[in-house]
Design a protein around this ligand. Structure first.
Ligand SMILES: Nc1nc2c(c(=O)[nH]1)N[C@H]1C(S)=C(S)[C@@H](COP(=O)(O)O)O[C@H]1N2
Ligand SMILES: [Mo]
Length: 212
């Protein structure tokens, strides 16, 4: 796994130097530049698949919010359920169309914790130790979900169960699997891959894969 992380990190460093050959214009295609379609559903993780029993599962929501909140499984399931079909784009160049995710809109959570005027970023921490960060604003889209179902079935452990984030309009490393903690913040902080050469903004349609 250390090899895998170092390989991806070296790839990011190498690709960063070639950046000038990429087009900077934002693509209007459904398939983002440099991506290819996959029929299966690849699994990407750090080699750790934390098994969290549902009666021990908690999601802590804290930071720059008026009403910090710790959800247990029943509390999560009490949020309004929604299904959304979206495409998923991994920086390693596979894209999967028509993913049917089920769960709660992230905006429902935002309504409950009420971010303060200072909150501009969100930092995610997962049960496997993974972290990632995004600005708050793109998380308010209707397709951004806390998902516990996929394709009409409970989300499997390998895809981030019991609950993961889904942020379809950013590269998939921004969608934290096994999510444990969500912090609203005034300042940005790079997460696991963002510290290892991957783009902070991660927009698939501008080929925005690497930092620097
Ligand atoms: N907790 C956690 N979330 C994670 C990852 C991870 O290693 N740990 N990998 C990310 C990456 S790089 C991708 S491409 C997607 C993969 O999701 P999938 O395994 O369901 O395809 O999850 C993202 N979220
Ligand atoms: Mo990825």
């Amino acid at each position: 796994m250390k090899d895998y992380i170092e390989r991806k990190e070296r790839w990011a460093a190498k690709m960063r130097e070639r950046r000038e050959v990429w087009s900077e214009a934002r693509s209007a295609e459904r398939l983002p530049p440099g991506q290819h379609l996959t029929e299966g559903f690849p699994v990407l993780d750090l080699g750790i698949r934390p098994r969290v029993p549902l009666d021990e599962w908690r999601l802590e929501v804290s930071g720059e919010v008026e009403e910090p909140l710790t959800l247990d499984w029943a509390g999560l399931k009490a949020l309004p359920f929604t299904e959304d079909v979206s495409d998923f784009h991994c920086v390693t160049t596979w894209s999967k169309y028509d993913c049917r995710w089920g769960g709660a809109r992230f905006s429902e959570l935002v309504d409950r914790v009420r971010p303060t005027g200072e909150a501009r970023f969100v930092f995610f921490t997962s049960y496997d130790g993974y972290t990632t960060n995004t600005p708050l604003e793109p998380l308010l889209d209707d397709d951004v979900l806390l998902a516990w179902r996929f394709g009409g079935k409970p989300l499997t452990l390998e895809h981030g169960g019991p609950v993961r984030m889904v942020v379809p309009k950013l590269y998939a490393w921004k969608s934290a699997k096994f999510v444990r903690k969500i912090e609203f913040r005034a300042e940005d902080e790079p997460g696991f891959w963002e510290k290892r050469g991957y783009s902070n903004s991660a927009d698939p349609w501008t080929n925005d894969r690497f930092s620097g």
